[in-house]
Design a protein around this ligand. Structure first.
Ligand code: NDP
Ligand code: 2IT
Length: 446
């Protein structure tokens, strides 16, 4: 590691204590950028990376709400407005008890590079709350969302900052948030994405992240002259991203044999298809947060407290959450002959796991490249809202597919150009960085 990168990482750690996920995300990116910073001293002298690790703005606020029994609760809300060099801040909202400032900063940082890769004009942001949706009624979720938006609305707007969903925030939450934004501002606008189809949402947005992951993985497999047809696939998570990925793998002739939840994983040797994919949506909507329900219903083995990486598969698609795949899991996947790991979640593989995959030279893609289809389709939703014209399903899907192919090509070409051929990590970090860095140089000291 160069002295410059070493010092930068040390500075980030000292200045942002107790934010290990943020340190991890910065470390991965900074290592990839060493070559770029050597070749282009202008980025160093303009302190571009030093600026990029500092959010443009952080909003943190109190979210009081009342449960169905009349008890008062207080949660904490956040919005990290990380970088607006290439467009309005864009990125999801996460509602999960594990949410902290550090988690959202890592997600916002990753989002800057991801959004840049999509080729659409979107800056990076992320937000959310430590609210736990598990076991809450619709009315409780609605009251929470209304309270959350009562503060957030003054910081966002269709040309300022456009939030969307992430863990714990789906169509229902976006609906409640949008309703409250509209009441407060008296404006019907494209301020959120992931909206309902009847009121400005885009076809394919629900499926987009998962479909995009599989389109990206398909391109990776093509580089080895193969495809999903006949492949066995492990998916983790059972939420929005996992659901879209399972459906698309199945359509392409692959067989998904696992999904997982916070309670463990299920191993369905016959493959998750047909009504079983539909059942994933029911499990998610039940707010029970248990994947064991699937095992009980379809009479397949359930492994309590375990992750799915010990199952013998050709392809692994981690789609649950950050740091759900460590060095040991990575070695186990390799040992069982896994040839491709394509991330659907944000930063699901820890730094040791990433190194294991890179040293083994298997096909490995970081979430910021392979899960960009979700935010890319959010960008397409913004375009449709601005035009006030909805596009047919086929058109959105075709554009999504093309965007994923382009990101794949950009990653490989950039990695090649900067001397690390085949590294999707370096390709994604460098290509994502260059566009934002050049825009920052153009715009002066911002
Ligand atoms: P959902 O809320 O729909 O699903 C998240 C799933 O992961 C849930 O099943 C959740 O259960 C589970 N999960 C969380 N923590 C763990 C854990 N430690 N072990 C196993 N399962 C766990 O969220 P999404 O599908 O939207 O998000 C999944 C991932 O994809 C996240 O990393 C997100 O940032 C990323 N992503 C999402 C995009 C989108 O458009 N939705 C776009 C790009 C990336 P539980 O909540 O109980 O822990
Ligand atoms: O991590 C992500 O890219 C998302 N949660 C989607 C963000 C968006 O604005 O659609």
């Amino acid at each position: 590691m160069s002295d410059y990168v070493h010092a930068l990482i040390a500075h980030v750690k000292a200045k942002n204590p107790s934010e290990p996920e943020f340190h991890q995300a910065v470390e991965e990116v900074a290592q990839s950028l060493e070559l770029v910073l050597e070749r282009h001293p202008e980025y160093r002298s303009a302190r571009i990376l030093e600026r990029m690790v500092e959010p443009e703005r952080v909003v943190m606020f109190r979210v009081p709400w009342v449960d169905d029994q009349g008890e008062i609760h207080v949660n904490r809300g956040f919005r990290i407005q990380m970088n607006s060099a290439i467009g309005p801040y864009k990125g999801g909202l996460r509602f999960h008890p594990s949410v902290t400032l550090g988690i959202l900063k890592f997600l916002a940082f990753e989002q800057v590079f991801k959004n840049s890769l999509t080729s659409l004009p979107m800056g990076g942001g992320k937000g959310g709350s430590d609210f736990d949706p598990k076991g809450k009624t619709d009315n409780e979720v609605m009251r929470f969302c209304q309270s959350f938006m009562t503060e957030l609305f003054r910081h966002i707007g269709p040309d300022t900052d456009v939030p969307a969903g992430d863990i714990g925030v789906g169509a229902r939450e976006i609906g409640y948030l949008f309703g409250q934004y509209k009441r407060l501002t008296r404006e019907f606008s494209g301020v959120l994405t992931g909206k309902g189809l009847n009121w400005g949402g885009s076809l394919i947005r629900p499926q987009a992240t998962g479909y995009g992951v599989v389109y990206f993985a398909e391109e990776m497999l093509k580089t080895k002259g193969t495809s999903f047809d006949g492949k066995t696939v492990a998916v983790s998570g059972f939420g929005n991203v996992a659901w879209g990925a399972v459906e698309k793998v199945t359509q392409l002739g692959g067989k998904v044999v696992t999904i997982s939840g916070p309670d463990g994983f299920v191993h369905d040797k016959d493959g998750i298809r047909g009504e079983k994919i539909q059942y994933m949506l029911e499990m998610r909507a039940s707010a029970r947060d248990r994947v064991q329900d699937y095992a009980d219903k379809f009479k397949v083995p359930f492994f309590a407290g375990k992750r799915p990486w010990s199952v013998k598969v050709d392809v692994a698609l981690p789609c649950a959450t950050q740091n759900e795949l460590n060095g040991e899991n990575a070695r186990e996947l390799l040992h069982n002959g896994c040839m491709c790991v394509c991330e659907g979640a944000n930063m699901p593989t820890n730094l040791e796991g990433v190194k294991v995959f890179q040293d083994a030279h298997i096909l490995y893609s970081p979430g910021k490249a392979s899960n960009a289809g979700g935010v890319a389709t959010s960008g397409l939703e913004m375009s449709q809202n601005s035009m006030r014209l909805p596009w047919p399903k086929e058109e959105v899907d075709q554009r999504l597919h093309q965007i994923m192919k382009t990101i794949h090509k950009t990653c490989l070409e950039t990695a090649e150009k900067y001397g690390t051929p085949g590294s999707y990590v370096d390709g994604a970090n460098i290509a994502g960085f260059l566009k934002v860095a050049d825009a920052m140089l153009d715009q002066g000291l911002v």
